[in-house]
Design a protein around this ligand. Structure first.
Ligand SMILES: Cc1ncc(COP(=O)(O)O)c(C=O)c1O
Length: 420
């Protein structure tokens, strides 16, 4: 099956009711046939449902579609993008380890990395720029991964994916890419990534109803290397099973995450949210194309508007990563635009408050166009210095361009700019 077909059909066989829609299996638990059946399931001697914290049939359809859409070995869906990111790190790093990360990140990820992971004894070293050698020089014997966003939210900075991947692999560590802002327009696995994390809350859902996250595992990273062997080859909490041996076909990494972290920490997605996100996935190919087309038109409009000082979108030739973007993002440049109006914060505030159609809220990737002022909201926990480092100026407005008629979006921007 090709992608559009996968997202409509893959991974679901109608159950005894012949239901066409994927059923919402809203159950916490599943009946066992016998004591032996229960024992086999608990000891991983056979596959099956036990308890929705670690697996659910509605959620499984979502997971298998996410894996198939990336031609990947496995996927795990969790309660939020943040949970997916946290689990992707906790599954490979522990006390005394570190990861090396881009500094161009969603604000929530930056907080998680800078403050919360420290409480787990995991240090995050931020590369000075997105140049590959700035990552390489931070790697030491305790480094367990390189982490980047496909297109940094909201500053639209990108990296040399293949270079970072070969640096990571030289050190026997995986490259993790948060692909939240570029599903279907970019597959990080084609450029050397080993793990993808998603906030499903955004473009994949597209309807602004549900929070969800996922980890997708390509499946060819060798976990049987000195950096990971102990962790992946012997699990005391499952009578010493080896994930490397037992789960080579279903995804070593995501299976270990499910069996250890979902079991013990429990950030599982609800079946109802999985169902709503599955509905979103069905139309993702159509939506993401329109998002990108509209965004490039909006970026062009803003870039020549006299009341706009600067515009940041990968479609614009003056973007510092324009050349790289043309190499990697052949299907579209994403739909997040940063821009600043003449007159700094006061004008930015007036502009947002004068918008009539574009919605002022904390989200991206909804089918509707959305706007926010990151420095006072999503990135407000960053110090002034950190904001400068992350390229978030006080006049920075983040626009997530939706799939409305382009004339209506531009008319709203025009009237709000006219009012300041
Ligand atoms: C790039 C990126 N990753 C992760 C997240 C976190 O996702 P969630 O809100 O689903 O926890 C966000 C949220 O805005 C995001 O923009």
């Amino acid at each position: 099956m090709k992608t559009e077909t996968i997202l409509l059909h893959y991974g679901y066989k109608p159950d005894t009711t012949s239901s066409q829609a994927v059923p919402i299996y809203q159950t916490s638990s599943y009946r066992f046939d016998s004591i032996q059946d229960a024992r086999d399931l608990f000891n991983l001697n056979k596959e099956g449902n036990i308890y929705t914290r670690i697996g659910n049939p509605t959620v499984s359809v979502l997971e298998s579609r996410l894996a198939a859409m990336h031609n990947a070995k496995g996927a795990l869906s969790v309660s939020s993008g943040q949970a997916a990111i946290l689990y992707s790190i906790l599954n490979l790093a522990s006390y005394g380890n570190n990861i090396v990360s881009s500094k161009y990140l969603y604000g929530g990820t930056y907080n998680l990395f800078k403050y919360t992971l420290k409480k787990f004894g995991i240090d995050v070293k931020f590369a000075q720029t997105n140049e590959s050698n700035d990552f390489e020089k931070l790697i030491d014997k305790n480094t367990k991964a390189i982490y980047i966003e496909s297109i940094g939210n909201p500053t639209n900075r990108i990296a040399e994916f293949e270079e970072l991947s070969s640096i990571a692999h030289n050190f026997n560590i995986p490259l993790i890419v948060d692909n939240t802002v570029s599903p279907l327009i970019f597959n990080p696995f084609d450029f050397g990534a080993d793990l993808i994390v998603y906030s499903l809350t955004k473009f994949i859902s597209g309807n602004g109803t549900s929070i969800g996250g996922a980890i997708v595992e390509k499946g060819d990273f060798n976990w049987n290397n000195p950096k990971f062997k102990d962790e992946f080859d012997f699990d005391e909490s499952y009578h010493g099973i080896s994930y490397i041996e037992k789960f080579i076909t279903s995804g070593v990494f995501v299976t270990k995450t499910r069996l250890q972290l979902l079991r013990d920490i429990g950030a599982c997605i609800s079946p109802f949210n999985a169902f709503l996100i599955l509905l979103g996935l069905e139309t993702l190919p159509l939506r993401i194309e329109k998002h990108c087309k509209n965004a490039s038109k909006v970026a062009k409009f803003l870039s020549v508007h006299p009341k706009v000082n600067w515009v940041n979108h990968l479609s614009l030739p003056d973007h510092p990563d324009y050349k790289l973007a043309n190499k990697y993002f052949k299907k579209g440049f994403g739909s997040i635009i940063g821009f600043g109006s003449n007159g700094g914060f006061e004008k930015a505030k007036a502009f947002v408050e004068n918008l009539k159609l574009i919605v002022h809220l904390a989200n991206i990737g909804d089918a509707r166009s959305l706007i926010i002022h990151p420095a006072s909201t999503t990135h407000s926990q960053l110090t002034k210095e950190e904001l400068d480092q992350a390229l978030i100026s006080v006049d920075f407005l983040r626009l997530s361009v939706g799939i409305e008629n382009i004339d209506d979006i531009i008319e709203d921007l025009e009237q709000a700019l006219g009012s300041i």
